[in-house]
Design a protein around this ligand. Structure first.
Ligand SMILES: *Cc1c(COP(=O)(O)O)cnc(C)c1O
Length: 543
């Protein structure tokens, strides 16, 4: 067993085994650092993704008969890292994080003690961290920390699924035994994330019972349309069970009016005598901006510029109401810069959990003992990773102000990018409000955005402009190792002049997610676009 034991950390904390582990870490850190290049997006050379790339991988893979020396294992791992995208200043595509050092260390600690977050007896560090961050963030958003509950789960999508499960169980407590009622309806913005789509599939509510609500020009949910659709469901004998209020749409950062949604729900409850309607705030993208809920814009202690202040202040007006939601999520692995997966599902009232908790008799292995006092039998996972430790470490290292500076910088850079883009490129339009993401759309000749958004363009022309942008996305996508811009095929839905059909508009995305995306980089971002769009237009005219 000696040689097998050598593959593990020590039992007694001896110096030799620690030095060995440290030496491996040192090699990995050094080698990855050697692959970094601030002028490129990828670590080293990208593999040649030939058509049969994964077929060859399948062909060659097999468990080795004899284990390899660690040196070789590290070599193999580093081969996998070759060509990996790295979130540096050239990454402006999506909300992908560069985990901060504290969160890396937090994650590492979680792995070293390898607690199981299911039960504090098996994972006391993560259990206590989970209780801490739940309290911290409850206080921050205005939940009563003595009543709220929270646990880390599988992403913003997991939070939506978990919240829908709570909503079903609250409405129909015996649905766990008998299955769910057939007449439940959910509502969300037509621009919301597909998480709810998946969740109505998986809970058995059915996609047909998920009602999409029109979005306003600012990409928030249209409340008149929501009301009409909810009343319609009630009139037909349906139950309006659940509203998903998106606080920061994935592509355009539209923020739903949650105070208005809550008001509407309460009005309907009173008028029609329906059961309380569950509201989940999908704050996966935007939730971090609640870190400004108590920021004093008058004294402005962090001295943000006026134009940055203005945007943050408008967020404060919206995010100060998120406490009205029955639940929400903090997706730290988006704007919070921590490793995947670090998502805290936060629940206003821990009473909701009693409907989904397991009976002690159903958990014979763990939990029903005199020892231990924290057991998460209500989660969909059984064993759970201790990702609360990474979140806790990150919150500790950055603090309120660290996060405020980081989040303000996303806005600052976007403001500058917009200005420069419009200065340099005549045939571009910016298609969303100022936020950490800028969406923009090119036109073959001059910007026709105003006509387009007002329904004055014929469908043929809109599709042509879509095609133009789609082709350009391919062009710059091929050069993503220099600067990686994102894109979306559904930035919003717009009516055409000659059709009743609403058309999905394509747009490009500039998402300044890296702490290395700073004001100094803005000229380079715009220069890249300008150069490529000019080339693209010249070549498409020739063709
Ligand atoms: C990203 C996102 C999700 C999904 O979150 P994951 O952490 O990727 O599971 C859900 N809703 C919104 C609005 C998002 O932006």
């Amino acid at each position: 067993m000696r040689e097998i034991q050598k593959l593990f950390p020590s039992m007694d904390g001896n110096d030799d085994q620690r030095a060995e582990l440290l030496s491996y870490l040192n090699v990995i850190l050094t080698k990855i650092d050697e692959l970094k290049d601030p002028d490129k997006l990828s670590l080293g050379e990208m593999p040649d993704y030939t058509e049969d790339y994964y077929n060859r991988v399948i062909e060659e893979a097999a468990v080795p008969t004899q284990g390899m020396p660690m040196k070789e294992v590290i070599q193999k791992l580093l081969e996998l890292v070759e060509g990996h995208r790295y979130v540096n200043r050239n990454y402006v595509a999506n909300a992908a994080p560069l985990p901060n050092i504290s969160s890396i260390i937090g994650n590492f600690v979680a792995v070293l003690v390898n607690g199981n977050n299911l039960w504090d007896v098996e994972g006391p560090a993560a259990a206590a961290a989970e209780v801490k961050i739940t309290s911290m963030l409850s206080k921050l958003v205005g939940y009563d920390e003595n009543i709220s509950a929270g646990y880390t789960t599988w992403g913003g999508q997991g939070a939506v699924f978990n919240s829908l499960r709570l909503a079903i169980a609250r409405y129909a407590p015996d649905s766990n035994q008998n299955g769910i009622p057939q007449n439940l309806y959910c509502f969300c913005s037509e621009l919301s994330h597909y998480s709810l789509y998946k969740s109505v599939e998986a809970t058995g509510i059915g996609v047909e019972n998920m009602i999409r609500v029109k979005a306003n020009a600012d990409h928030s949910m249209n409340l008149a349309d929501l009301k009409e659709k909810m009343v319609n469901v009630i009139s037909n004998g349906g139950v309006p069970l659940y509203v998903l209020a998106t606080m920061g749409t994935t592509d355009t950062f539209g923020i739903d009016d949650i105070a208005g949604i809550k008001q509407l729900a309460e009005d309907l409850e009173r008028t029609y005598g329906v059961e309380p309607i569950y509201i989940h705030a999908d704050t996966a993208m935007g939730g971090m901006y609640s870190f400004f809920n108590d920021y004093d814009f008058g004294s402005n202690p962090l001295q943000f510029e006026d134009n940055v202040n203005e945007v943050l202040k408008s967020y404060q007006q919206k995010f100060k109401h998120i406490k009205l939601a029955d639940s929400m999520v903090f997706d730290f692995h988006k704007l919070g810069q921590t490793p995947y997966i670090t998502s805290l599902f936060l629940i206003k009232n821990r009473e909701y959990l009693k409907y989904v908790d397991l009976d002690a008799a159903e958990t014979p292995y763990v939990g029903n003992r005199g020892y231990g006092s924290y057991h998460t039998g209500y989660t969909l996972e059984c064993s759970r990773m201790g990702s609360a430790l990474a979140i806790y470490a990150s919150l500790s290292a950055l603090g309120m102000e660290g996060y405020q500076k980081l989040l303000a910088n996303y806005i600052r850079v976007n403001i500058a990018f917009r200005k420069k883009l419009l200065q340099e490129i005549p045939n571009v339009a910016i298609t969303n409000d100022i936020s950490p993401v800028t969406t923009f759309r090119f036109y073959p000749e001059r910007s026709k955005w105003d006509d387009e958004i007002n329904g004055l363009l014929p469908i043929e022309e809109m599709l042509e402009i879509n095609q133009f942008n789609d082709a350009f996305a391919e062009v710059i996508g091929a050069e993503r190792d220099t600067i990686f811009f994102g894109n979306t095929k559904k930035q919003c839905l717009v009516r055409a002049a000659n059709s009743n059909k609403r058309i999905s508009l394509y747009a490009h995305k500039f998402f300044t997610i890296s702490p290395y995306s700073t004001m100094e980089e803005v000229d380079r971002y715009v220069g890249f676009l300008k150069e490529h769009v000019e080339l693209f237009q010249r070549s498409s005219i020739k063709a």
